[in-house]
Design a protein around this ligand. Structure first.
Ligand SMILES: *[C@@H]1O[C@H](CO)[C@@H](O)[C@H](O)[C@H]1NC(C)=O
Ligand SMILES: *[C@@H]1O[C@H](CO)[C@@H](O)[C@H](O)[C@H]1NC(C)=O
Ligand SMILES: *[C@@H]1O[C@H](CO)[C@@H](O)[C@H](O)[C@H]1NC(C)=O
Ligand SMILES: *[C@@H]1O[C@H](CO)[C@@H](O)[C@H](O)[C@H]1NC(C)=O
Length: 443
């Protein structure tokens, strides 16, 4: 794996705090709509639909979430990116069939590779070990790991499959047709370990209808908070590890319903409705999804405990105009202290970490055989403005020469890329869960 050295910080002076705050608010107020609209509805480029993911253990600003665990728990959520000589386990060719085209930065001609040579160094005494495919598969032997959420859930799922297939072959057993709709529900089996990895599209976690550019389609989302999304919830009995990852779809205009009543809206599409924002309903969606998992697990106890993980919000990095040449053109991560986690990103992270704490307590109180954990990636993701596809969401965007205006994806992550680190942390969470299950059953 090679030596890691603390990186030196040579780049630009941080903006004064106030300016930064204002900039951040302005960005969130103005950018997402234009950008997400583009990513979702632009005419056919193989562009990614927008969407979300994040990282691992201690809750952010708010209080303690869980009681002392048997072994010291490593908190990977804060730290710094340090240079590494070790490259990724896979590349855009070796895993090309798995990676969504718009995120295969190598295959799309991204020329620089410096963004691949960084490791996450958590603050404190715990080191984060590199990903070990054999260890992961052994831990989930005979089990099913499912990612549920939006395109960032898919991004993390594809990273995991690429990491695992760097040593063990997989068979794509569902969603092999290659169409965009099919790719929303893919499933792989690793025959060597009889293990399954899958992805379920569910950008709100609860039931809803997505905005659509189809004729007659609505240009806003509708979310039904009293209805689980049965596309994944109905399969829970067959899933051992479920990783939830959502967020960016909540920025779109939407109407929110519960038991037939309107409970709020964002960029309210209906006249005379009062804007409620999306923080509250984002929290509610995570809460309801976790409650669904705990309730269904309590109702039909599995032979061995399940693990539910929430990957926290993964910030976008549009730094300047979204279709500018340099929308996310950095070549290095931010240095420690150079960038604070943005207001919205932190609020999303906080809501998820708090809901995980509550669901974990609820599961214990009800004797449900499911561990609930947060994979807290928000801080580490926030530093990686260098690792998005940017203009390479489309193949060879500068083949015809430089251009001033070019569509950028500054939301998803290049594969390979920093999202591989999310799965290094997932491995540690899975290990902790299996270790607890084994020591429990041997008592
Ligand atoms: C990608 O990985 C494969 C298998 O390890 C290797 O043979 C190939 O040379 C790599 N390609 C690039 C472009 O690095
Ligand atoms: C493979 O795992 C599934 C559960 O995912 C189990 O039902 C099945 O019996 C296993 N098959 C073998 C051959 O171990
Ligand atoms: C989810 O919403 C769709 C469309 O509104 C509806 O047809 C379906 O019955 C709903 N599913 C559940 C489980 O409520
Ligand atoms: C919206 O409110 C305005 C002012 O109160 C009223 O004149 C208008 O009729 C309302 N529109 C709808 C569609 O209810």
């Amino acid at each position: 794996m090679g030596a890691s050295t603390p990186r030196h910080h040579l780049t630009s002076q941080p903006l004064p705090l106030i300016t930064k705050r204002i900039f951040t608010y302005a960005l969130y107020a103005l950018l997402p709509l234009a950008v997400l609209h583009y990513l979702l509805f632009s005419p056919p480029p193989p562009g990614p639909p927008p969407l979300a993911a994040s990282s691992s253990s201690s809750p952010p600003p708010h209080g303690e979430v869980r009681k002392a665990a048997p072994a010291p728990r490593c908190d990977y959520s804060e730290g710094e990116w340090v240079r590494s000589t070790a490259g990724p386990r896979y590349n855009g060719t070796s895993c090309g069939a798995t990676i969504k085209e718009g995120q295969n930065c190598m295959a799309h001609g991204r020329p620089d590779t410096g963004y691949l040579y960084w490791r996450w160094q958590p603050r404190g005494r715990c080191a984060l070990p590199p990903f070990a495919p054999g260890e992961f598969l052994e831990l989930v032997r005979g089990r099913h790991v499912a990612f549920v959420g939006d395109s960032l859930a898919r991004n993390q799922c594809e990273s995991l499959v690429c990491l695992l297939t760097s040593e063990f072959p997989a068979e794509l057993v569902r969603g092999g047709g290659g169409g965009d709709e099919e790719r929303k529900f893919r499933r792989w089996v690793f025959p060597s370990h009889n293990a399954t990895v899958s992805v379920f599209w569910s950008p709100f976690l609860v039931n809803g209808t997505e905005k659509s550019s189809a004729p007659g389609g609505l240009d806003y989302n509708r979310l039904y908070f009293d209805q689980p999304d049965e596309r994944w919830a109905a399969e829970l009995h067959g899933i051992d590890v479920v990783v939830l990852s959502v967020g960016h779809w909540f920025l779109h205009p939407a109407m929110y319903y519960e038991r037939g009543e309107v409970i709020g809206c964002h960029h309210c599409p209906e006249p005379n409705r009062t804007e409620t924002g999306f923080f509250g309903v984002f929290r509610l969606a995570v809460k309801n999804a976790l409650r669904e998992i705990v309730t269904r697990t309590a109702r039909s106890p599995p032979p061995s405990p399940k693990l539910a993980v929430v990957t926290t919000f993964s910030p976008a990095h549009f730094e300047g105009e979204w279709d500018g040449r340099d929308a996310c053109a950095r070549s290095e991560p931010y240095a420690p202290g150079e960038k604070e986690v943005g207001y919205m990103d932190r609020e999303m992270w906080r809501a998820e970490a708090e809901e995980v704490g509550e669901a974990a307590a609820d599961a214990r109180a009800r004797g449900a055989r499911v561990d609930v954990e947060a994979l807290q990636v928000t801080a580490m993701a926030s530093l990686r403005a260098d690792a998005h596809p940017g203009p390479y969401m489309n193949a060879f965007p500068f083949a015809g020469g430089e251009r001033a205006r070019v569509p950028n994806d500054c939301v998803h992550w290049c594969l390979p890329g920093p999202i591989d680190t999310w799965n290094e942390i997932l491995l540690q969470l899975v290990k902790r869960w299996r270790t607890a299950a084994v020591s429990f059953s041997s008592k």
